[in-house]
Ligand binder design. Structure first.
Ligand SMILES: *Cc1c(COP(=O)(O)O)cnc(C)c1O
Length: 437
């Protein structure tokens, strides 16, 4: 009989307990799709009819969401394309706990409505005592939009030409600010701006002076910018976009601004991202003078930019909980990274794979500290493995250098070393038997 006739029917396959369980976990549509594809493979003769159920089970996704967890072996700590900061286990647990009904806006003691996200806001306020008030929005771009709208719509924002920054993927801060209806008053030049340039531009129409941290580039040579401390007291609010979300100075990144120091220097408002060096979820932080934060918070636009309970839970756990994976990666010791790379390479080499440990250079990434390199260590592999590892399970993303694939371990938590070993070994097995042995 034609084996194509023997391909099991969909109903029969869906009665398989493994697939029936998957329907409860993943939903009917995804399971039917996996079943349909496995039937198709059998009709093409790629698998035998008896293998259809197994093939469908093997092809089922882990979750009904398309996002796949990836091992970040790029050596870029905050890789925007890989979702920036990985959350701590504490933050993940807080998200899971907040997923159902929570007291996000409810006082359990009185049964009355309460301030939304008050404990996350209290954690942020406690982390930066220099701020009179704090607020959270969706991301730093949202924080800037809210500040520009609430404090400068129809008026002017004074900004240095040296700080007209494009953050990435065509996202330009000046365009974002103009979209709010504020006018930009550009002062100074690309390389030098003086206090007098700001002072000359300030008038009755000024909403605020904005300083933007050049978080993804550096200009060198004949340069000059005006410090926050010099601008403080210029007569209008001074708003500083510090970018990376460091709340206090980080000795390893002396060039990176932090919220506490910037406020102490006299900034009236600071904006920052939650998912860069702060190591939390995507969020926008607004910290500073109480009257200005209140104007932002009470503006109608604030409602459109507000964060959900999952973000509030993750921000609070990031602030109150143990050191974040981003902090751990930043502070990993080069000697320990090299020892890990050697151990991974040794295991792979013992399986006949061309692997060895090499010193490497990691970076913070688009999230901050341009020009800073962090000494690191990598497992060097044949370059042709790059695509296979990227499309494997879990995907492992490294970087190519001189025809070799480097898996840099600085952004990889130590507990993922075994995943890397397994992924590379599985790939090498697929490529054929090892040459040696
Ligand atoms: C990253 C960055 C932004 C954008 O932050 P998002 O949280 O991604 O919206 C804005 N300004 C600066 C200086 C940045 O570094």
């Amino acid at each position: 009989m034609d084996p194509r006739r023997r391909v099991p029917r969909t109903d029969t396959l869906l009665a398989d307990p493994r697939l029936a369980g998957a329907v409860r976990r993943l939903g009917r549509a995804l399971v039917k799709q996996a079943v349909g594809e496995a039937q198709e493979r059998a009709r093409r003769g790629e698998i035998r009819p008896e293998q259809v159920a197994d093939a469908a089970v093997a092809a089922l996704p882990e979750h009904p969401a398309g996002l796949r967890p990836v091992v970040n072996a790029t050596g870029v700590l905050l890789h925007t394309n890989l979702g920036r900061a990985p959350l701590s286990a504490a933050a993940v647990a807080a998200i899971a706990a907040a997923a159902g009904p929570t007291d996000v806006e409810f006082d359990l003691a009185t049964g009355a409505r309460a301030r939304r996200g008050r404990s996350a806001l209290a954690a942020l306020a406690a982390a930066v005592p220099q701020a009179e008030a704090v607020h959270l929005v969706n991301n730093n771009a949202a924080a800037l939009v809210l500040v520009a709208t609430a404090l400068a719509a129809g008026r002017e924002i004074v900004l240095s030409r040296g700080e007209m920054v494009e953050i990435g993927d065509g996202f330009r801060i000046p365009e974002l600010l103009r979209s709010t209806g504020a006018r930009l008053r550009e002062v100074g030049t690309t390389n030098r701006t003086r206090l007098a340039d700001y002072a000359d531009a300030i008038g009755p129409d000024t909403g605020f002076v904005l300083k933007v941290h050049p978080s993804n580039f550096r200009i060198e040579g004949f340069t000059g910018a005006v410090d926050v401390a010099e601008l403080a007291g210029i007569g209008v609010p001074v708003v500083v976009d510090i970018g990376s979300g460091l709340l206090a100075p980080e000795p390893l990144l002396p060039g990176e601004p932090d919220a506490a120091t910037t406020l102490r220097a006299g900034a009236d408002l600071v904006t920052a991202s939650g998912d860069k060096l702060l190591g939390g979820p995507q969020a926008g932080l607004l910290l500073g003078r109480r009257d200005l934060v209140e104007r932002c918070r009470r503006h109608p636009l604030a409602r459109a930019l507000r964060v959900d309970k999952l973000t509030l839970a993750a921000v609070e756990a990031t602030l109150r909980g143990p050191a974040t994976p981003t902090f751990e990666a930043l502070h990993a010791r080069p000697g320990e990274l090299l020892a890990r790379a050697r151990a991974v390479a040794r295991t792979l080499a013992a399986a006949g794979i061309d692997a060895h440990a090499v010193p490497s250079q990691a970076t913070v990434g688009g999230g901050g500290a341009p020009g800073v390199t962090l000494p690191s260590a990598a497992v060097s592999l044949p370059g042709h493995l790059a695509a296979a590892l990227r499309t494997g399970t879990p995907p492992v993303v490294g970087r190519l250098a001189d025809g070799r694939l480097l898996l840099d371990l600085r952004a990889v938590p130590p507990e993922q070393d075994d995943l890397i070993v397994a992924a590379v070994a599985a790939q090498a097995r697929r490529d054929g038997p090892p040459v040696a042995g």
